[in-house]
Ligand binder design. Structure first.
Ligand code: AHR
Length: 508
């Protein structure tokens, strides 16, 4: 059998949004401390940030980083993290049962973000706090000068405003695990009031309301409806969080995770449309998938949580340092395909997280830093996806799954600029390599490059990159690609995610 794909270059879905390639740094586990920051590390820069990790972040290519949480933000007092370091208080972080030293705070993170070339997406605490503190943080961050808060920032060494545009109104407020968890009504009210006040202070900002923590929440859909009934007028985006894992060895369902993400996005989109129509509002509200990834939550609940419950409060304990396999990388690649395909609705997306905590980059204290398998689909997509996302028609064999029903064995998306067409493809079969014929349209002149993530020779679908074998899994050349006229043929290896870059119209 073979799959057939027809790329339609005449009707683009939407421009590729660079904010689709965001990530997330939370004050959690070793994300900050011994992750991006370790002043005693051999590669440490004078400001304490790890140069080896920074280089990997640049190579990964995120555009925007959500900060400082996550669950952490719902108990965070931002004032603790600014001013002279010696005077910053050490606090308990009840979200992760950890001790927060506040050695890294707003100013330091902004310095790092500048080095990394990323935009900051700042979250405010709507768990233990409310409008007054959200407004104060915004004034401290973005107001030029002449007020107590803006002058405090200047006295703390930052003359110019930080100019943060994107602000998250709290985090996962629908989850009972959240500090200051709220009903949809309660959260809708605090979101609209905080948001309104924040936009009065700085009308240039964009606000993200907290949507559902995952699409399996019993309130998924109704939470968004209620929250938007209150806040649609003031917010610009609403968040969706989406984590996936392989449960009970059901690889077929796991490999179809993108189908679940497509469905969750479609549900959110219809709630947004209905709410805007009901209120007669002529605006768009984007979906901010501001936490997504593979996360072995079952392992977290069984193993990782224990140290958090021993009663010991430690600084930056190891929490959810998941090690990612080839299978996980293929799923991450297919989730990126889903995000691109939904570019007309998804305004931002953040791979959660960036370093050590369910992350594409791992680092050891006083030791090496390396790329996990999931690093590659992200870095290759972030580097290649430009221009417009194109629609396509896919005819593929079906794979039966227990969670999502029958799904396409081959999934794909394409992007194009004036001189390049890029195809992103996944083969969800664990056993079958699949020949694929793709009608790429006229003017496609040459194959620029083609690479794939698939089990390496001598490896299995479980092979992972570790400190000892950091390059066990790397992208490999895809040698089965041939272009004849407007027809591209390729054999996709079993269990693979691939990217093929093609020159357009005489630009080879
Ligand atoms: O990314 C890890 C955690 O997952 C975040 O703190 C929280 O928002 C989500 O539940």
């Amino acid at each position: 059998m073979s799959a057939h794909i027809r790329v339609d270059r005449s009707t683009p879905i939407a421009p590729v949004a660079s904010r689709l390639f965001g990530s997330f740094v939370e004050h959690m586990g070793r994300s900050v401390y011994t992750g991006i920051y370790e002043p005693t590390h051999p590669t440490a820069l004078p400001n304490g940030f790890r140069a080896d990790v920074l280089e990997l972040v640049k190579e990964l290519g995120p555009s925007i980083i959500r900060y400082p949480g996550g669950n952490f933000v719902s108990g965070f007092r931002w004032e603790d993290s600014v001013g002279p370091r010696a005077e910053r208080p050490v606090r308990l972080d009840a979200a992760w049962h950890s001790v927060e030293t506040n050695e890294v705070g707003l100013h330091e993170f902004a310095e790092w973000a500048e080095l990394a070339g990323v935009e900051i997406m700042q979250a405010v605490n709507l768990g233990t706090r409310g409008l007054e503190d959200a407004a104060a943080l915004l004034e401290y961050t973005n107001h030029r000068g002449g007020t107590a808060l803006a002058e405090q920032r200047r006295a703390n060494g930052r003359d110019e405003p930080f100019g943060v545009t994107v602000w998250c109104l709290g985090n996962e407020m629908d989850g009972p695990w959240q500090i200051g968890h709220k009903t949809a009504e309660e959260y809708g009210r605090i979101a609209v009031e905080s948001g309104r006040l924040m936009k009065w202070i700085d009308p240039s900002i964009e606000l993200v309301a907290a949507g559902s923590s995952n699409s399996e929440m019993p309130s998924f859909g109704s939470w968004e409806r209620t929250v938007l009934e209150h806040s649609a007028e003031v917010v610009d985006h609403i968040s969706l969080h989406a984590y996936f894992e392989e449960r009970d060895g059901d690889a077929a369902s796991f490999l179809a995770s993108a189908v679940e993400l497509d469905r969750a996005i479609a549900t959110m989109a219809s709630v947004i449309d209905e709410t805007l129509a009901a209120q007669g509002l002529d605006k768009t509200i984007g979906i901010s998938v501001d936490e997504w990834n593979v996360w072995y939550l079952e392992r977290f609940n069984a193993v990782d949580k224990e140290p958090l419950l021993t009663g010991v409060w430690a600084e930056h304990p190891r929490i959810i340092e998941d090690e990612y396999s080839v299978t996980d990388a293929v799923v991450v690649g297919s989730l990126l395909i889903s995000l691109l395909r939904n570019s007309d609705r998804v305004s931002m997306a953040n791979l959660a997280q960036l370093v050590n905590v369910i992350a594409p980059i791992r680092s050891e204290p006083n030791g090496p830093a390396w790329r996990q398998t999931t690093f590659y689909p992200f870095s290759l997509t972030a580097a290649a996806a430009r221009g417009d996302v194109l629609s396509m028609k896919i005819d593929s064999e079906q794979v039966p799954t227990s969670r999502s029903g029958d799904v396409d064995q081959i999934d794909a998306v394409a992007t194009a600029t004036e001189d390049e067409l890029v195809l992103f493809l996944v083969n969800r079969s664990l056993e079958r390599a699949e020949p694929v014929t793709i009608d790429v349209g006229d003017g496609t002149t040459a194959v620029r490059s083609a690479s794939t993530i698939t089990p390496p020779v001598g490896g299995t679908r479980f092979t992972a990159n570790t400190a000892d074998r950091p390059e066990a899994v790397t992208p490999m050349p895809l040698t089965t690609v041939a272009l004849e006229g407007s027809t591209l043929t390729v054999e996709l290896p079993a269990l693979s995610w691939s990217v093929i870059r093609l020159s357009l119209a005489g630009q080879a």
